[in-house]
Design a protein around this ligand. Structure first.
Ligand code: IPE
Ligand code: IPE
Ligand code: MG
Length: 251
C-alpha cells in the first residue's frame, strides 16, 4: 500500500477528485443483508477516501452521496440514508476538525429533511476555518437541476439589465453553479463497475479523466485512491490538441 502511495508524483496531483460512491446495495445483497447494511458499511470507505486524499495533498474531494433521483427509492431506504447522514455528520465533525478538513455541500439542500439540513449546516459552520482540504458532499444534487438554476439566474440578470446576453461567459456560468469558486475536477472515480455519470457535475467534468473501479463502495480503501491517481498520472491529457503538441509543451 505504501508502495503505491510512494509512486505518486506530488507535482502532478489532481486538485479536485469527484467520486460517485456506488454499489452499497449490491455489496449488501451479496452478503444476504438489507441494502441499508451496505450504506452503513460505506461510511468507512468515506473516511478512507477523505483521509487518503488529504494526506497526499489533494485540495478538494466531492462525494456524490444522494442524487435528486434517489428520492424515488423505497421510503425506508431514503429514511435510513438520511438518518445515517445525520448520525455520521455528528460523529465525524471532530475528526474533520482534527484533520483540518473543511466541509461544504452542493445540491438542493433546503429540500432535505429538517434534521439532516441542520446537522449539515452545523458541520459546515464548525469546520469553516479548516484549510488542509475541502470535502464537498453532493446531497439532493442533480447536475441538470444545477444547470437549470444557473440558466434561470443568468436570464433574470439579463432581463434586469445587469448583464448583456452576448457578454455571458464561461466564468459567469461557473459562478452561477453551486460549485462556484471550486476548481473543476480533473479526476472522476466511480465504483461498482457501472460506467455512467448519473447526473453528476455534467458541466464541471467536461475534461475530467474518468476512472471506473470494479469494486463496490464499501470495499473502497486508501490504496484504491492511490491506484486511481496513478492511473490519472499515466494518462495524456490532450484538451483537443495532438499528442505531439503535448509532448513538445512538456519539454
Ligand atoms: C450508492 O450505492 C449509494 C447511494 C446511491 C446512496 P447504491 O445504493 O446505489 O448501491 P447499488 O448501486 O444499488 O448496488
Ligand atoms: C448515483 O448512484 C448517485 C449516488 C452515488 C449518490 P445511483 O446508484 O443512484 O445511480 P444509477 O441509478 O445506477 O444511475
Ligand atoms: Mg447504485
Amino acid at each position: 500500500m505504501e508502495d503505491l502511495k510512494s509512486l505518486i508524483d506530488k507535482e502532478k496531483l489532481p486538485r479536485h477528485i469527484a467520486i460517485i460512491m456506488d454499489g452499497n446495495g449490491r455489496w449488501a445483497k451479496l452478503r444476504g443483508k438489507p441494502r441499508v447494511f451496505g450504506h452503513r458499511n460505506g461510511v468507512q470507505a468515506v473516511r478512507e477516501a477523505t483521509e487518503a486524499a488529504a494526506e497526499i495533498g489533494v485540495e478538494y474531494v466531492t462525494l456524490y452521496a444522494f442524487s435528486t433521483e434517489n428520492w424515488g427509492r423505497p421510503k425506508a431506504e431514503v429514511n435510513a440514508l438520511m438518518t445515517l447522514l445525520v448520525g455520521t455528520l455528528r460523529k465525524e465533525v471532530k475528526t474533520l476538525n482534527k484533520n483540518n478538513i473543511r466541509l461544504k455541500a452542493i445540491g438542493d439542500l433546503k429540500q432535505l429533511p429538517e434534521k439532516s439540513y441542520q446537522s449539515l449546516m452545523e458541520g459546515i459552520e464548525e469546520t469553516k476555518n479548516n484549510t488542509r482540504m475541502t470535502l464537498v458532499l453532493a446531497l439532493n444534487y442533480s447536475a441538470k437541476w444545477e444547470i437549470m438554476r444557473a440558466v434561470r439566474q443568468l436570464a433574470q440578470e439579463a432581463k434586469d439589465g445587469n448583464i448583456n446576453p452576448t457578454d455571458i461567459s464561461e466564468k459567469h456560468f461557473d459562478d452561477a453553479l453551486s460549485t462556484k469558486g471550486i476548481p473543476h475536477p480533473e479526476l472522476m472515480i466511480r465504483t461498482s463497475g457501472e460506467k455512467r455519470i448519473s447526473n453528476f457535475l455534467l458541466w464541471q467534468i467536461a475534461y475530467a479523466e474518468l476512472c471506473f473501479l470494479p469494486i463496490f463502495w464499501p470495499e473502497f480503501r486508501k490504496e484504491h485512491l492511490y491506484q486511481a491517481i496513478l492511473d490519472f498520472q499515466n494518462r495524456e491529457r490532450r484538451f483537443g490538441k495532438t499528442g505531439d503538441q503535448i509532448a513538445r509543451e512538456g519539454e
